[in-house]
Design a protein around this ligand. Sequence first.
Ligand SMILES: Cc1cc2nc3c(=O)[nH]c(=O)nc-3n(C[C@H](O)[C@H](O)[C@H](O)COP(=O)(O)OP(=O)(O)OC[C@H]3O[C@@H](n4cnc5c(N)ncnc54)[C@H](O)[C@@H]3O)c2cc1C
Length: 408
Amino acid sequence: MNLPIVIIGAGQAGLQAAEAIRAEGWQGDVILLGDETHAPYHRPPLSKTYLSGESSAEQLTMRGPDALARKQITLRTGIRVERIDREEKTLHFSHGSSLPYHRLVLATGARARQLAGADLQGVFALRTLDDATRIAQGLEAAGSIAVIGGGFIGLEFAAIARKKGKSVTVIEAADRLMARAVSAQISEIYARLHAERGVSVRLGSGVAGFVSANGAVSGVTLSDGSIISADLVVVGVGVIPNQELADAAGLVCESGVVVDSSGRTSDPFIVACGDCTAMRLADGRLRRLESVQNAIEQAKACAATIMGKERPFSAAPWFWSDQYDVKLQMVGTSADHDLSVIRGDVATYKCSIFYFRGTTLIGLDSLNRPQDHMAGRRLLDQQVFPTPEQAADEGVALAGLLPKQATS
Ligand SMILES: Cc1cc2nc3c(=O)[nH]c(=O)nc-3n(C[C@H](O)[C@H](O)[C@H](O)COP(=O)(O)OP(=O)(O)OC[C@H]3O[C@@H](n4cnc5c(N)ncnc54)[C@H](O)[C@@H]3O)c2cc1C
């Protein structure tokens, strides 16, 4: 019997893995299983154009069942895998049935971290299309809004709520915005941007609990005892990788399913990709990325591994965030830089900040400068480092520093 390649999780990584397995030439069955009721959809627009009303749910769909069927990929939605039997190479579902596999791809993603009391009416997470639809339904009628967590998702939502004329307070426990992911300079720029647009940003503020009336939220109590009035609260305090299935099956997990750069887990018949993973780097550290690029690149690496090829994910990580009319694009890292230089104009939110460790360019954050970002990706991938002077000098074309491409 020819057994299928089965993918658990029909999100960005799962879909990419299914299509890449086909593209790599696998002739057998490919089955994509997802516990949400929707066909695979783009998550990033949920906190951007979907909540602002600029795109519909249909426009978020990446591939419907028909498009997948044309590639001979079977999509089964609304189905949850409860257990992996690695001995028998079989999956078990909640309703009692089972499915054997030839190879398994884990692409179970992550879920929003919750706070105690978040089950009150008017308190929302923002992870799924259903979450975003519920928020959209509450948003029009909401008077004042509190956003718990000044990370990307919370701030993108805050920007949309402000654009809709709502009174918005962002509550952040750290002493700066997006502290986990961006440099202090970018945090400062975004604190200014949100303040200019009328958002009240409360840094260094822990949340003690929610205030409610008749089962609905009416405010958020901060750890200093003060109360922020709100009839709609979005909690954006990070995610938890969905690693329980893997954990229970005895795979090595540590803040995510541990994989190498080719997506291999501790079981030679199982690969994993996307938000559910933590990738072991060459220096032994684990890296957790929650991004579209990571989901896509790891999924491609997994497909290659299954087909006996070696195509590890090695590109510099990149990410983006849209807040108001400012697009932030990041590549590489700013962590532990010892020098930064600015190209362009910070005051008008049209600039790039280059981060150096010694003479090595390690990362680049661009605000409304997509050409810098694209050049930065190529510079980092090809390990071509401008000097700080060149980086800051608008007269120096960054792409011009790259070696000329060989033409045939
Ligand atoms: C609001 C929002 C905005 C974002 N914005 C950006 C952005 O601007 N740029 C960027 O790069 N990234 C962004 N991201 C992150 C990006 O969307 C994720 O990194 C990416 O979707 C991860 O894909 P994934 O397939 O690993 O996980 P997911 O998209 O979470 O998909 C995993 C799927 O597996 C399902 N599943 C889990 N367990 C099971 C099971 N046992 N059985 C069956 N199915 C299961 C889950 O329900 C889910 O549908 C954003 C995310 C959110 C939520």
